[in-house]
Design a protein around this ligand. Structure first.
Ligand code: NAD
Ligand code: UFG
Length: 339
């Protein structure tokens, strides 16, 4: 299939492009490089039989999208492009709604105009809200999320469900990611956040490489086995494989369906830190500080629906996640080069 990947230069998108190309699909990326660097394209090309095609641009630019759909014979779209910093979304919600919700609406108009009706969308476990019992199941109603970022994911899920209900030729898959971590095993691709990382794994990696002095652990008084937060960490390569399976399943099915992509079990912040220390061969400095506003104590996926319907299973465990991140960060201490 020829797949348009919005946000394909970003963390999850770039790893997914590698797995798509290696599975024999053609890839066309649209990315405005707001949170990524063009040098990732060479890294993708080095790991794949065919390089992806690339258009630099914004998904809110209808003319650009129409031109891409005219120039390329697209079969399906995987839509990663969007802003994702939870804390920032509280400060600038309008920017988040504009980029994520309006951007998705522009993409849907362009797809419909071009007669492309197959979409895989990057959603998040955050749509389950703050009160859902664990493990999270797809059949739960989506709830109010704890941030404007999460609200954009809920809004988009509703738009996509309404669209599929109104126009039955659409095939739409909502992939609800749990906590993506890890890097390509080659050490040439990984997560490259701009500025100080918000998320746990890139923060640990930057402490390990000496860019940050110590880990701050947000809370050690949660009702969990060691008092620190518990999350369902999923290796980004497993997540990428999940997109290939979803894309192929979507080609033979219509309607709108949600799937959790998680490992189906939780590890604590301390588990991840200890695993990283093993990969590194030394302990990392850390300090317990107060809880971070908006954080939940513990959540993980019920991963059975994706297993039964898509045939999706995670294959890479926590030690592989941390070893791969350390390989990427130690070879590329400052992330991707600018060009
Ligand atoms: P990322 O920031 O690394 O990648 C997103 C890419 O989209 C970047 O390359 C960015 O330049 C591009 N982009 C952003 N706005 C754009 C626009 N308007 N037009 C064109 N390109 C644009 O993020 P990621 O971690 O790879 O996440 C990908 C998707 O998965 C996002 O939608 C995110 O919300 C979702 N998600 C991520 C996580 C996570 O923990 N990483 C968890 C759940 C869901
Ligand atoms: N944490 C620390 N120190 C840090 C960073 C994080 O102790 O420097 C802790 C957090 O308190 C939390 C755990 O590590 O207990 C995981 O935090 P992350 O920021 O890595 O991930 P979150 O679970 O907060 O966020 C993820 C996704 C979001 C999504 C959210 C809810 O990154 O996109 O899950 O589903 F919105």
């Amino acid at each position: 299939m020829k797949v348009l990947v919005t946000g394909g230069c970003g963390y999850i998108g770039s790893h997914t492009c590698v797995q798509l190309l290696n599975a024999g699909h053609e890839v066309v990326i649209v990315d405005n490089l707001f949170n990524s660097k063009p040098s990732v394209l060479k890294r993708i090309a080095a790991l794949t039989p065919e390089p992806p095609r690339f258009y630099k641009g914004d998904i809110r630019d209808r003319e650009l999208l129409d031109a891409v759909f005219r120039a390329e014979k697209i079969d399906s779209v995987i839509h990663f492009a969007g802003l994702k910093a939870v804390g920032e979304s509280v400060r600038i919600p309008l920017t988040y709604y504009d980029n994520n919700v309006y951007g998705t609406i522009q993409l849907l108009h362009a797809m419909r105009e071009a007669g492309v009706h197959r979409l895989v969308f990057s959603s998040s476990a955050t749509v389950y809200g703050e009160l859902a019992p664990v493990p999270y199941k797809e059949e739960y109603p989506v709830s109010r999320a704890s941030s404007p970022y999460g609200q954009t994911k809920i809004a988009i899920e509703y738009i996509l469900k309404d669209l599929a209900a109104a126009e039955p030729d659409w095939s739409i898959i909502l992939l609800r990611y749990f906590n993506p971590v890890g890097a390509h095993p080659s050490g040439t691709m990984g997560e490259d956040p701009q500025g100080i990382p918000n998320n746990l794994m890139p923060y640990i990696a930057q402490v390990a490489v000496g860019r940050l002095p110590e880990m701050l652990i947000y809370g050690n008084d949660y009702p969990t086995k060691d008092g620190t937060g518990v999350r369902d960490f999923i290796h980004v390569m497993d997540l990428a494989d999940g997109h290939v399976l979803a894309l192929e399943w979507g080609a033979g099915n219509s309607g709108c369906r949600a799937f959790n992509l998680g490992a189906g079990k939780g590890y604590s912040v301390m588990d991840l830190l200890h695993s990283f220390s093993k990969a590194l061969g030394r302990e990392l400095p850390y300090r317990f500080v107060g809880r971070r506003a908006g954080d939940l104590a513990a959540f993980w996926a019920d991963a059975s629906l994706a297993r039964e319907v898509l045939g999706f299973e995670t294959r890479r465990g926590i030690d592989e996640m941390t070893a791969d991140v350390w390989r990427w960060q130690s070879v590329n201490p400052n992330g991707y080069p600018d060009e």
